[in-house]
Design a protein around this ligand. Structure first.
Ligand SMILES: CC(C)(COP(=O)(O)OP(=O)(O)OC[C@H]1O[C@@H](n2cnc3c(N)ncnc32)[C@H](O)[C@@H]1OP(=O)(O)O)[C@@H](O)C(=O)NCCC(=O)NCCS
Length: 267
């Protein structure tokens, strides 16, 4: 239980640059309070103490402005920023690492019993004021723009905006995802230039690393095509990104990089 509480608090730092310390988060974040009340109410709901569960969620709504039905299913590291006006219906399901902003509704479109609320995958972000309605699936890493009204399923990694929700961004292809991973790992943004990088040498090195990553991928594709055409098979076995430890040998630079990587990233 305490492990979960800790991860619920830690995720606030990851997703809100304004969060300063644990005491502040514990005492001033209604989204966190609502989540804690929900976990309590959900526990009673599962024990069959349904009135008490609903009473607790009603109390939480009164205190936080956030209404979460105790029967809803919510994963780890869920964060509601600002909170006021959020409604999460009885049969809604939310995966891990999801973020909702104020005014979001995960609602139903019918009065039929049974599954009538949305299912959110992992890492989904729903912008302020958005309404996601019906038993639809919003797949992993999808993003819903603020004030959108989404009535149809959203595929993995897609961004939807507007009324009715329309897709404005498709899922990134594998290469893009790997580049982003590499960029994140060594602390620079896509296209080789970190937002905070002031030093031109630092910028140049980052650009080179980005370039090498793209070259690696091109070479690998070339080698694969060659062997498919019957040529010699070239061993392109290189250490995976997770096996490479990219740490500068200069301890000062290593400390700087470590500090930069540990800083919470803005939305
Ligand atoms: C939807 C969102 C995630 C898109 O981010 P993104 O992937 O970087 O997309 P872009 O900003 O490049 O926008 C893509 C297109 O969608 C449009 N768009 C973005 N957000 C929109 C929104 N909420 N409603 C309508 N159109 C929107 C952009 O104008 C752009 O259109 P264009 O291609 O015709 O110029 C982001 O705009 C958003 O709404 N985030 C929610 C943030 C929030 O609620 N914050 C509250 C903090 S208190």
């Amino acid at each position: 239980m305490f492990k979960r509480l800790k991860s619920d608090i830690r995720c606030v730092f990851d997703r809100d640059p304004a969060a300063r310390n644990t005491f502040e988060v514990l005492t001033t974040y209604p989204g966190l309070h609502a989540l804690l009340w929900y976990r309590f109410a959900h526990w009673f709901w599962n024990l069959g103490w349904k009135w008490l569960a609903r009473f607790i969620s009603g109390l939480a709504r009164w205190l936080t402005g956030i209404e979460i039905h105790p029967a809803a299913k919510i994963g780890e590291r869920f964060f509601i920023d600002h909170g006021m006006g959020v409604v999460i219906g009885e049969t809604a399901e939310i995966g891990d690492d999801c973020t909702l902003y104020h005014g979001v509704t995960l609602g139903g479109t019918s009065w039929q019993k049974g599954k009538r609320h949305p299912t959110l995958g992992n890492g989904v972000v729903v912008g302020a004021g958005a309404k996601v309605l019906g038993p639809i699936e919003i797949a992993d890493d999808a993003r819903v723009g603020s004030n959108a009204v989404v009535l149809k399923a959203v595929a993995q990694g897609e961004t939807v905006v507007g009324i009715p929700g329309r897709v404005v961004k498709q899922q990134k292809d594998d290469a893009e995802v790997r580049r982003a991973k590499m960029a994140e790992k060594i602390g620079f943004d896509a296209y080789g230039v970190s937002q905070e990088a002031q030093d031109p040498i630092e910028k140049a090195i980052y650009s080179l690393l980005d370039h090498i990553q793209v070259q690696d991928e091109k070479l690998e594709r070339l080698a694969n095509s060659l062997s498919e055409m019957g040529g010699v098979s070239i061993d392109m076995d290189m250490p995976g990104l997770d096996d490479v430890v990219l740490e500068p040998s200069d301890p000062e630079q290593a400390a700087h990089l470590k500090k930069k990587n540990s800083e919470p990233k803005p939305e």
